[in-house]
Design a binder for this molecule. Structure first.
Ligand SMILES: Cc1cc2nc3c(=O)[nH]c(=O)nc-3n(C[C@H](O)[C@H](O)[C@H](O)COP(=O)(O)O)c2cc1C
Length: 186
């Protein structure tokens, strides 16, 4: 698949088949992530690739509880709280794989470096026929001491993104985009 198609046809996928995703499929995606630029070429990214069902469930429950607590504290609308409280709602959408990208250091470019790596990974996954979705609702738990320990990540790293991945069961339509605000100068 060419880059233009991968960019235009990437979607946040939330329905996956049960087909397992092998190491031979995942390794090139991680490699694509590491081809991203990074400040001073530090390449500070660390990856936790989770396929273990019990750990996926733990991330889902932990992320759900942490997100619910934050949303309640922020006075989120009742419907959003109800959705999160539903036992049927899995914040990881039953995806077979979760990849957490973390920065080994908390420097000023941690989020940018790992965000660039994440986008490479998501586009490479699209080109390989896989679907992905960044799960912000997993962020608080994977960033907690308990989450980092469960993922085998160092206690002082900074998790930046949690991305689910798998073979797509339902390909969503394009989510509409706003026109870009651009100042053309010269
Ligand atoms: C930082 C970030 C956090 C997100 N968190 C969630 C999430 O917790 N759950 C979810 O279903 N989608 C999540 N998304 C996906 C967005 O909803 C999605 O990217 C947006 O609606 C645009 O759709 P598209 O990715 O299909 O173009 C997140 C995306 C980003 C970049």
């Amino acid at each position: 698949m060419d880059l233009e198609t991968a960019i235009r046809d990437r979607r946040s996928v939330r329905q996956f088949t049960a087909e397992p995703v092998g190491d031979e499929v995942l390794r090139p995606l991680i490699e694509a992530a590491t081809l991203a630029p990074s400040a001073m070429n530090e390449q500070p990214w660390l990856f936790a690739v989770v396929r273990d069902k019990a750990l996926l469930e733990r991330v889902s429950h932990g992320g759900k509880a942490a997100t619910l607590a934050m949303m309640e504290a922020a006075g989120a609308p009742r419907e959003r709280l109800e959705k999160l409280k539903s036992p049927a709602y899995d914040i990881l959408y039953h995806a077979p794989v979760l990849i957490v990208i973390a920065s080994a250091n908390a420097g000023p470019w941690a989020a940018v470096n790992c965000g660039l790596a994440a986008q490479n990974l998501m586009l490479a996954a699209r080109a390989a026929g896989l679907g992905t979705c960044w799960i912000g609702q997993a962020q608080a738990w994977v960033s907690s001491a308990e989450g980092k320990a469960a993922l085998g990540l160092p206690a002082d790293c900074v998790p930046v993104g949690a991305i689910i991945l798998g073979y797509t069961a339902a390909f969503p339509p394009l989510v509409p985009r706003k026109p870009a605000e651009v100042k053309w100068i010269g």
